[in-house]
Design a protein around this ligand. Structure first.
Ligand code: AMP
Length: 413
């Protein structure tokens, strides 16, 4: 199938050709006709499958075709809500690329940066708005965003959105849009809570499942290293010296872990940057740009900070810590071998992480290749160390919450 077969108009076909896309990806082929047909859609697709264009192209087409509707002149007509700032910026960049030869205006708003420039852009009027939930509601409260004329509402990375605790915000935003709108929901996986949300906000949706819920790309070579926790850094340095080359993302579970590993790699002469939830927006943006431009070749990241980010030609992913949620493994591996390229994934598993391997393998329905031939093997008899809580019972008396527990729980990612 070609993009022409999808009935896309000339300005879009021209931009698509300039992007070097020869044919639609599976998710595009399956989603675009339904969106153009004004159907609600729930699409489950891995990152890297081209899902952004699967909603951006038909949205641009529909708005382009109807842009003369006079009453909607400067109103926002399409709203895309994204859980992270990086993803929002990336989606906005895609809208700009694909909409290059239309006169439609798109803009992005997200938290963590000054609100003033965003206000100025909104005042000039935009057709398509891409936003993170908090900043969107903030601007709405200040009467700077009106959602009364939204024709199309897109919820991207819905599973992450819910994992990040945005469920109430999402419902609030959805209710601010007209009931008649068309809603498109995209999610890497469709766990029960996403299904529940879909049932409340979608109207008789078309279901599109491009890859099985838990598949990892076939183009990724998967290697599993059993290694004592204390030797993970040495193993990482050993592999970076001898085996793993090119652009690499290393995942750690915590911000502390990310900072620690970044420092060690810098001390060993590697060009490294990092992203996690404690970094400012401009630091995160700079790290990504430097990584994409290959000024640094290693990016150390927590899962949430890295989710959905599109990086061309990523050569390898290292799971320095095994993810304790199996779906996270799928998302991490989705960073490499995007858009048909080859990639590799290296997972480091210590004794106390062995229990995660089983559920990951079950989920992806694949045995990871165990690499025994390395200098820091884990004693197969090594047992997980269970840390027992040392908190004295008296501190947990019923009805008496400590000051620390009263404080809002701080995110560790
Ligand atoms: P996404 O899943 O939207 O993050 O897209 C992943 C990557 O695939 C991005 O770099 C897109 O530019 C690229 N892409 C999207 N659609 C196509 C296509 N039809 N042909 C080739 N590459 C594409």
């Amino acid at each position: 199938m070609s993009f022409k077969d999808l009935q896309l108009n000339k300005p879009l076909l021209r931009a698509i050709a300039e992007s070097g896309y020869e044919e639609p990806t599976l998710v595009q082929e399956n989603t675009i006709p339904f969106v153009l047909d004004k159907k609600d859609v729930i699409t489950s697709a891995q990152t890297g499958t081209g899902k952004t264009a699967a909603f951006a192209l038909p949205i641009l087409q529909m708005l382009f075709d109807y842009q003369d509707a006079p009453k909607k002149g400067k109103k926002i007509k399409a709203l895309v809500v994204s859980p992270t700032r990086e993803l929002a910026v990336q989606i906005a960049a895609n809208f700009k690329t694909y909409g290059k030869y239309t006169n439609l205006k798109s803009a992005v708003v997200f938290g963590g940066t000054s609100i003033e420039p965003q206000k100025d852009i909104l005042k000039k009027g935009v057709d398509i708005l891409i936003a993170t939930p908090g900043r969107l509601l903030d601007l709405h409260k200040q009467d700077l965003i009106h959602l009364d004329f939204i024709d199309i509402f897109v919820l991207d990375e819905a599973d992450l959105m819910l994992d990040m605790g945005f469920i109430d915000d999402v419902k609030k935003i959805e209710r601010l849009c007209p009931e008649t709108k068309q809603t498109l929901l995209f999610s890497a996986t469709i766990p029960y809570k996403v299904e529940q949300l879909a049932n409340t906000i979608l109207n008789d949706p078309e279901r599109i499942e491009v890859a099985p819920n838990a598949s990892t790309s076939k183009n990724v070579n998967q290697a599993l290293y059993y290694v004592p926790k204390k030797n993970k850094i040495e193993l990482c340095l050993h592999l970076l010296r001898n085996t793993i080359k090119g652009s690499i993302i290393i995942f750690r579970r915590t911000k502390f872990g990310v900072d620690k590993l970044e420092k060690t790699l810098l001390n060993n002469g590697y060009l490294v940057d990092s992203i996690h939830g404690d970094k400012t927006q401009s630091e995160r943006q700079k790290a990504l740009v430097d990584f994409k431009r290959k000024k640094v070749n290693i990016l150390v990241a927590t899962d949430v900070a890295a989710r959905g980010i599109d990086i061309d030609n990523l050569d390898a992913v290292i799971n320095f810590d095994m993810p304790n949620v199996p779906e996270t493994f799928v998302h991490r591996i989705g960073r490499t071998a995007r858009a048909g390229n080859k990639g590799a994934a290296y997972s480091f598993c210590s004794a106390d992480e062995k229990r995660y391997v089983k559920s990951i393998q079950q989920l992806i329905n694949l045995q990871l290749d165990v690499i025994d031939d390395h200098p820091y093997p884990l004693d197969p008899k090594a047992k997980a160390i269970v840390h027992k809580s040392k908190t004295p019972k008296s501190k947990h008396k019923k009805g008496r919450k400590s000051e620390a527990s009263k404080k809002k729980k701080k995110r560790w990612y």
